[in-house]
Structure formats: structure tokens, C-alpha cells
Design a protein around this ligand. Sequence first.
Ligand SMILES: C[S@@+](CC[C@H](N)C(=O)[O-])C[C@H]1O[C@@H](n2cnc3c(N)ncnc32)[C@H](O)[C@@H]1O
Length: 253
Amino acid sequence: MLDFDPANSFGYEVSKRYDGPAGRGDEDAAVAFLARLAGDAATRADGNARALELAVGTGRIALPLARAGVRVDGIELSSDMVDRMREKPGGDAIAVTPGDMSSVTTGRGYGLVYLVYNTIGNLLTQDDQVRCFENAARHLVPGGVFVLECGIHDALARRYRHYVNAENIALGSVTLEACQYDPVTQVIDKSHVTIGADGIFLDPIRLRLANPPEFDLMARLAGLRIRDRWGGWDGEPFTAHSWRHVSVYERPA
Ligand SMILES: C[S@@+](CC[C@H](N)C(=O)[O-])C[C@H]1O[C@@H](n2cnc3c(N)ncnc32)[C@H](O)[C@@H]1O
């Protein structure tokens, strides 16, 4: 995409539309999974039940997790996304450190650090993604866990580098994904094209795709080890047919 500026991917316009009327639909299951892990961490990792969300966004997960009794902090690059969180009930209770999740620190240790919704892909090089694992590890107390939720990407196996997916088909609107993938850099350019009664909206994004084996190596470089991998938030087994993974890495005690 010519003239693409990643800093604009989650600017004001996107932040306003981000949560949509129904969210992504996996919030309850994600919060139950993360709350359980935060509770486990509290018993194992020095009694530390605090959680840190890397790229906390509009608080889609952080806010209900905080309502479930977990003290949640966040790191976030986009002030527009944080502004949307502040407008929601409880939005002021989440302490957000502005900046890049691969480098900024909150100065605290956590029993649980998590990064969801394919967001590791917003870091566009392998080095940056490794740095993100290192930063997650830096924030974990001994025995703490880092949860990564990410899609399994079929772009890597496609014959053609350009394709269009029907992402969401509803009665009054359709969202298409127009994609262009570069297998050399593992970077994909996508535009989410939403067509509905309100008009046509383009939400461009650039992501670096990686699958679990590469993430496991990044974790090892960061001093973490894989503890569990699931096919979803309900603890579904991870199989060849899984469309996403929920990976739990631990910092050895
Ligand atoms: C798909 S949204 C996910 C937001 C939230 N975690 C959720 O699950 O709804 C991606 C978020 O990552 C943020 N982001 C992108 N690159 C980032 C970076 N390098 N450091 C911190 N946040 C980043 C964006 O501003 C955006 O809020």
C-alpha cells in the first residue's frame, strides 16, 4: 500500500468504529480464561494478581477483566484508542503507559501479561516481535505467564499473493478484506472494506504474520517456555484445523 502510515491504523476514525455494536464476540470467554490465569498466578507468582495488557486499545478485554476483579494495566500506542476507553464506565481505572509495546515499561511486575486479537502482527519485523516477547518477559514476575492469542494465517499457504475474503456478511452491511501478502517479509497489507447504509469505509492495516513455531522460538529467545496451547478461549484442543491459537508461555520460577 503506497503511503501507508501504521501510526494511522488506529487513529480517531478507526477508534470510533472499533468496538462496533457487538464487539468481536469472544470477550466473555477471553475474560473467563484470563481471570482464571490471573487467579492462578496470584497463588503461584508471589501473590501477584496484577495483569498487563499489551496494546490495550479501547479496553475491550481490559475493562471486563477489571470488572471480574483483576487489577489491569495497559500499554498502548494510540491515544485515540485510549480516549475511547476513557469514555466507557470504569475506563479511568486502567493505568495506561503510552508507547510501543516492544519497548516501553510500566516499572511493575505482573503475574499475567497478555496480547490478543492478532496484535503481535502490528510489529512489522521479526526483530520487533522478538523485542515484544522480551518486553513481556521483562514485566513477568517469576512463575508469571504471557498469553498470546493470534490467528493461524492462511495467507502463508495461498497460491496467489492477492486475494479477497468475505469477512463479515450481515443483513445491512458487508465487510470484505482485500489482501496482498509478501512471503519474503511475511508482511500482509489488508484493507477492510465495509459497505453499508452509512457508506463505504476503508480500514487499511499492515501486519507481519507468524505462526506458533516461530512464536515459540521468540519465546525461548526471551527466556520463556511454552506451557499450554489451545485452539480458543474455551480450552479447545489446538489441532490442524484450528483457526487461531491461545498460547500460554511461562517465566520459569
Ligand atoms: C486489534 S487492536 C487490539 C486492541 C485490544 N487489545 C483488543 O483486544 O481489543 C490493536 C491495538 O494495538 C495497538 N498497537 C499497534 N501497534 C502497537 C505498538 N507497537 N505498541 C502498542 N500498541 C500498539 C493499536 O493502537 C490498537 O489499539
